[in-house]
Write a protein that binds this ligand. Structure first.
Ligand code: CDP
Length: 258
């Protein structure tokens, strides 16, 4: 279905460089897919405009399932722009915390989402406690509504896009050409996240991380708006027993078969 562009080894070397095309983050360019536009709405699906022929790949899954890494590799493989939508919720949480607000303050969180100009270069976005705060703001309908439209416009770029998150295949891009639901056991996900954070110099206890992961699974899966769900037409990819290269190859096989 999609033209192959690079070998796995080439992907590894260009990850982080070529996976997401340069993005203007000053919020002044209304035509940019990550700028805000009026009247965002939720649910029901908002397919890309007729005539848009880009390929959209939707990747959903729980915390630390490997969806972000796979999203980057798949985007590099096909030469598509990539958006890790979790970073948007993390950025909302960060702007709240920077302003001295609490993550459970609905009015403040909604206002922060409406004014969001994400800076993906901010290393604090990947901090452990921000994942927790992001999951709190992500359960708020006003926050999600404020972020829907920019995600859909990112997806609807003429060349297509890869998006990863929790509701890409169900809410943001129900019309996606290929949908993956990436998962792994909570124990394996906790182990991976601890390794990732330790590599960044953050010292985290495995049991505490497993608690985090379980709490986040519960909150993301039980919220009333856009809960974490596998779309009926999404293909399941369990990465528990797979290293990243094997998971990447399995993901490509799924994408090429749809
Ligand atoms: O990286 P990790 O898998 O830990 O989480 P993330 O993808 O950065 O997302 C952080 C939180 O944002 C999640 O726990 C979700 O609550 C929320 N989120 C969401 O609700 N919808 C998305 N499309 C992406 C993230």
């Amino acid at each position: 279905m999609i033209r192959r562009t690079n070998s796995f080894d080439e992907h590894i070397s260009i990850v982080g460089l070529a996976t997401t095309r340069p993005i203007r983050l000053d919020g002044t360019n209304d035509s940019h897919p990550l700028s805000h536009s009026p009247s965002p709405s939720i649910g029901g699906g908002a397919p890309c405009r007729p005539g848009n022929i880009g390929v959209i790949i939707a990747i959903d899954g729980p915390a630390a399932s490997g969806k972000g890494t796979l999203g980057r590799l798949i985007a590099a493989h096909y030469g598509l722009p990539h958006l890790d939508t979790g970073l948007l919720y993390r950025a909302v949480a960060l702007s709240l915390l920077d302003a001295g607000e609490r993550p459970d303050d609905i009015a403040a969180a909604t206002a922060a989402a409406q004014a969001l100009v994400p800076d993906f270069a901010d290393a604090r976005l990947r901090d452990r406690q921000l994942g927790e705060a992001a999951s709190i703001v992500a359960a708020m309908p006003g926050v999600r509504a404020a972020l829907v439209d920019m995600q859909r416009r990112f997806a609807c770029q003429p060349e297509g896009a890869v998006l990863d998150g929790r509701d890409i295949g169900t809410v943001i891009c129900p019309e996606a050409d290929a949908k993956l639901f990436v998962t792994a056991t909570p124990e394996e996900r906790a182990r991976r996240r601890v390794a990732e954070l330790r590599a960044r110099g953050e010292n985290v206890d495995l049991d505490a991380m497993l608690d985090d992961i379980r709490k986040r699974d519960e909150r993301d899966g039980s919220r009333t708006i856009a809960p974490l769900r596998r779309a009926p037409d999404a293909r399941l990819l369990d990465t528990t027993e797979l290293d990243i290269e094997a998971a990447f190859r399995a993901a490509l096989r799924i994408i090429e078969s749809v």
